[in-house]
Design a protein around this ligand. Structure first.
Ligand code: AMP
Length: 395
């Protein structure tokens, strides 16, 4: 794997694809700088070597040039996080940009305007990618969040750099962390899959069955498995057309020697709201009119034992409707279990969609080994797919 450590950036211009797709409030202020912080190490390493950085990113889903989506809004935050001056140019291709790049000196940063102001970016247009490629000597991809897209700046551009292309520190760390779970893992390996639906995780489950010793199926998707096995799930969320598939997954798991753990009890609510009445019941006997919204206390204990038996832990998807305080206890308990296992030497990776929000909300982000920055990209890697943005660097 080629990373920035394999290059000398002295007096070189690095054209870096970063993921600065950050949330803005109504005053166009950045409300969460995590993605900018995530790109910091690559930028600093290159500057310290005497190189300069040309940063390119998308922001939101603009239709043509729209001020609301201008990367100008985030300049101040980039300055705050990186800690040095940042130049900005109001376009991402063309003579004005080329001039700004030519004037860039060692140790300086130039941020380009939103790539998606051009529809060529998402279309993966080769001519557009070639224009971007003129803006640096070495192409660095550090945007894991878009690595599953074959866009001009994430994938197509790489063909114009032959040898002079590599992964930034963030993308390299993402790749190594997932590899540590899927291919170079210390056993026993556990995957915890929760969240709302079986349908969005099927390919992940099928791919992961070959890699893990234990599988915890929690959250909303567990009810499809329970109903398929004849349990009474009341009003709980369920995908009826996936019941056959659920049984098939259990069969495959058995054949592969994977131990599957599904909640045995649940917190059930009589309404999908934070102040609903609740009761704890057997997951196979949820009364009519009630729905399972969180893992029950017995399940939390069982999961704690499983988690603390394992040396490699992957967590994707909450165990309950954690956005509502009354139904967050199961997800929080799992966070504590993983924290304990990590302190005892297990490698724990959290990633893909809502589980990242959950670990951040409950303060576990610093306690697990690694929190992935890419939702969709992470899921696709767990599905066993090769991401175009990664392949383009490796080619
Ligand atoms: P996902 O994006 O697939 O990881 O799903 C995350 C969502 O699943 C969160 O918004 C949770 O509120 C939801 N979820 C988890 N458990 C349940 C449940 N028992 N019933 C309904 N939704 C759930």
């Amino acid at each position: 794997m080629k990373t920035i450590k394999d290059f000398n950036f002295e007096n070189k211009k690095a054209i870096i694809r970063v993921d600065f797709n950050v949330p803005l409030n109504e005053n166009f202020e950045v409300t969460d700088k995590t993605r900018i912080q995530a790109a910091k190490s690559t930028i600093i390493d290159i500057l310290e070597q005497g190189g300069s950085c040309v940063l390119m990113s998308h922001l939101g889903r603009p239709k043509g040039f729209q001020d609301a989506f201008s990367l100008q809004h985030i300049v101040k935050s980039v300055v705050d996080v990186i800690g040095c001056k940042v130049k900005f140019v109001e376009d991402c291709i063309g003579s004005k940009v080329e001039e700004a790049v030519a004037n860039l000196e060692a140790g300086e940063i130039l941020l380009l305007e939103n790539l998606r102001f051009y529809e060529e970016e998402k279309k993966g247009d080769v001519a557009f990618a070639e224009k971007l490629s003129k803006l640096g000597d070495i192409y660095v991809n550090d945007a894991f969040g878009t690595a599953h897209r074959a866009h001009a700046s994430t994938t197509i551009i790489a063909q114009f750099f032959q040898e002079n292309k590599c992964f930034g520190n963030l993308l390299a760390r993402e790749i190594l962390s997932i590899d540590k779970v899927l291919n170079n893992s210390e056993k026993p390996v556990l995957a915890i899959l929760g969240g709302a639906k079986v349908s969005s995780k099927i390919t992940v489950i099928e791919n992961i069955l070959d890699k893990v010793d234990h599988l915890i199926i929690g959250g909303g998707m567990s009810f499809t498995f329970i109903k398929a096995q004849g349990g009474k799930i009341g009003n709980s969320i369920c995908e009826d057309d996936k019941q056959e598939l659920a049984l098939d997954i259990l069969k495959q798991a058995k054949a592969k020697g994977v131990q599957v753990h599904i909640p045995v009890d649940v917190v059930a609510a009589d309404d999908f709201s934070n102040d609903a009445n609740t009761q704890t019941c057997d997951i196979n006997a949820i009364p009519d009119g009630w729905e399972g919204v969180d893992a029950g206390p017995k399940s939390r204990e069982i999961f704690d034992t499983v988690v603390n038996q394992c040396k490699t832990i992957l967590w994707n998807g909450p165990l309950g409707v954690f956005e509502m305080e009354s139904f967050a206890a199961g997800t929080i308990a799992l966070g504590h279990s993983i924290d304990k296992a990590t302190k005892n030497g297990a490698f724990s990776l959290v990633g893909g969609g809502d589980s990242v929000a959950a670990v951040k909300q409950f303060g576990f982000a610093e306690k697990v080994s690694y929190v992935s920055t890419g939702g969709g990209a992470m899921l696709e890697m767990l599905e066993g797919k090769t991401l175009p943005g990664i392949e383009a660097i490796e080619k």
